[in-house]
Design a protein around this ligand. Structure first.
Ligand code: NAP
Length: 546
């Protein structure tokens, strides 16, 4: 693979600054942003807490971790040469393959020379007079730059429960989002998994293969659907490669950048037989079709949602032999798709295995972690390994871990005390020259598609700043308020807004995050992009350039 031409870097202007730009995080967004900033000739430093690149795909190396988006819709689209040369081995690639892929990108563009690893950013302060950010690292060092770009992920601040006795456990314990690099052997071991979200489901189905005993502590069942993963033989990969333009064009047009998009019909527009056949087809298809390619009223009509939930509940009943266990696995407090649907491979069949037990930890809550295992309200269990698949302080959690001080020393935490706000997820008034690549209320969905858009948008704005000699960029309060009005409007009438999940800002493990809010942008990705593009097309209306 040939290296791409490097654009000469200009020296930092005579400003006394260490860098033109600092990027926090070397995941997919940080890597792509670094490539684009080099194109602008900006001297850039990326600070990364881990010891390698990859972000989500660096930290989440738990057993069974893999894409839920089709691999070929998830990779970077900006480098045609890379698209030609890289082969995905499966329709939904595993974490090791994705980590290899991102390392290849880092090698190809020689990115590591501008990345400082083991460098956790703890604070960032804006200096109005100097028009610069000072970034502080955990090691006490500080670094200055004109621009600050956060590439810190949307699901990157893992949360642990606070059961008494956790520190006394004598066995091994891990959080899925902070999995160690050395392999963990489950053979012959007694293993507990706490949590049954997308991470828990992927972990459970893998651990169940070798553990002597696996006990799953489920507080709320989730509606899961089959992934239908398969290998991609070389000839099929060639065919996929030939369709890349079409694939990425489709991702640009769909509601949430997946290959799937809502069916134009409503659930009850069709006969019962047609409906059953359509749902059967979706249940048999790869990926998120059953969630994001379902009837268009799935997430707005209660009756429609009940109909699809009934269909999926019956599938669970067919797949789980013990009817009592099947009922435990069927969600009763929320409808299908109103939380993120975990995709699975023989997940439900795990509960037919003699080595797997399901515990309802709402009925019999975990009371404490003991030195040898877990005590619930009605039993005592012994374990060698406890796996916490307890999720993340989503969306703004990664921001809350850094002490951001904006104009007049006001902190981001204070600014967001009644809920995070932003202008198109990328800027916040009061925090000049700071750009958020996966900030609150950006489009999420198939995340790399949103990352590429956001990085390009920020890069265009910085290019504009270079051309116009601008050294200070800040969103206006009015533009931010108008965007937030649209964010609130888009969430109206959605059944998902009635349900507790990270998507509605609930995180029981984090103090102060138990109130339902509009935590993410729920409109379509094309609408999001049109809004952001419109700002640029109007000469950055809603942004003060100085
Ligand atoms: P999650 O969906 O928030 O699930 C956390 C689980 O832990 C829930 O079952 C929760 O129960 C349980 N839990 C949390 N605290 C608990 C406590 N104190 N006691 C008992 N149970 C507790 O987190 P996740 O599974 O890590 O997934 C988060 C998101 O990451 C996903 O929705 C998805 O967007 C992304 N993800 C993507 C992939 C992929 O694309 N392949 C894979 C994994 C994750 P309750 O439901 O009762 O709160």
């Amino acid at each position: 693979m040939s290296a791409v031409a490097q654009v000469d870097r200009q020296p930092v202007a005579a400003t006394g600054l260490d860098y033109d730009a600092i990027v926090i995080g070397a995941g997919m967004s940080g890597l792509y942003q670094l490539i684009k900033l080099r194109e602008l000739g900006l001297k850039t430093r990326v600070f990364e807490a881990g010891t390698g690149v990859g972000g989500t795909w660096y930290w989440n190396r738990y057993p069974g971790c893999r894409f839920d988006s089709e691999s070929y819709s998830y990779g970077f689209s900006f480098d045609k040469e890379l698209l030609k040369e890289w082969s995905w081995s499966e329709h939904f690639a595993s974490q090791p393959e994705t980590e290899r892929y991102l390392n290849l990108v880092a090698d190809k563009y020689d990115l590591r020379r501008d990345i400082q690893f083991r460098a956790r950013v703890v604070a960032a302060c804006w200096d109005e007079q100097g028009r610069r950010w000072t970034v502080e690292l955990e090691d006490g060092s500080s670094h200055t730059a004109r621009f600050l770009i956060t590439a810190i992920g949307a699901l990157s601040a893992p949360t642990m429960p606070n059961f008494p006795g956790m520190a006394d456990f004598k066995g091994q314990s891990f959080h899925t989002g902070m999995w160690p690099k050395q392999p963990v052997d489950f053979a012959g071991k007694c293993v507990a998994v706490i949590g049954t979200g997308a991470s828990g489901v992927q972990t459970i189905q893998e651990v169940a293969k070798t553990a002597a005993k696996l006990v799953v502590f489920q507080r709320t069942p989730n509606w899961c659907a089959p992934l239908h993963n398969a290998k991609i033989p070389p000839q099929e990969m060639d065919e996929i490669r030939a369709r890349y333009d079409e694939i990425f064009k489709r991702c640009e047009e769909t509601f949430s950048c997946f290959l799937h998009t809502p069916d134009p019909r409503n659930t009850f527009d069709v006969s019962a037989e047609e409906r059953e056949a359509f749902l059967e087809k979706l249940y048999g298809e790869r990926g998120f079709g059953i969630w994001v390619g379902n009837f268009k009223d799935l997430l707005t009509s209660r009756a429609a949602n009940e109909e699809v939930s009934r269909f999926v509940a019956n599938k669970i009943r067919q797949r789980v032999k013990d009817p009592k266990v099947a009922e435990m696995l069927i969600p009763k407090n929320h409808g299908f798709g109103t939380r993120r649907v975990p995709l699975e491979t023989k997940y439900y069949e795990c509960y037919n295995q003699p080595n797997v037990t399901l515990v309802d930890s709402k009925a019999t809550p975990i009371e404490r972690i003991t030195p040898s295992g877990i005590r619930t309200s009605d039993a005592e269990y012994e374990f060698d390994i406890i796996i916490y698949a307890t999720g993340f302080d989503a969306l703004r959690g990664a921001f809350d871990r850094i002490d951001f001080h904006g104009k007049d020393g006001v902190t981001l935490k204070e600014t967001w005390k009644d809920g995070a706000t932003s202008l198109v997820g990328m800027m916040q008034d009061g925090f000049p020259n700071m750009f958020m690549l996966l900030g609150p209320h950006t489009a999420l969905g198939n995340i790399p598609r949103s990352i590429e858009f956001n990085v390009d948008w920020v890069t265009d704005l910085l290019r504009h700043a270079q051309r116009t000699g601008t050294t200070r960029i800040e969103a206006t309060e009015e533009a931010r308020a108008k965007w937030m009005e649209h964010v609130m409007e888009a969430a109206k009438g959605l059944l998902s807004m009635e349900v507790d999940s990270w998507m509605t800002g609930i995180n029981i493990n984090v103090a102060g995050k138990q109130t339902r809010i509009v935590a993410r942008y729920t409109g379509s990705a094309p609408t999001y992009r049109a809004w952001a593009n419109d700002i640029a097309a109007r000469g950055y209306e809603g942004v003060t350039l100085g």
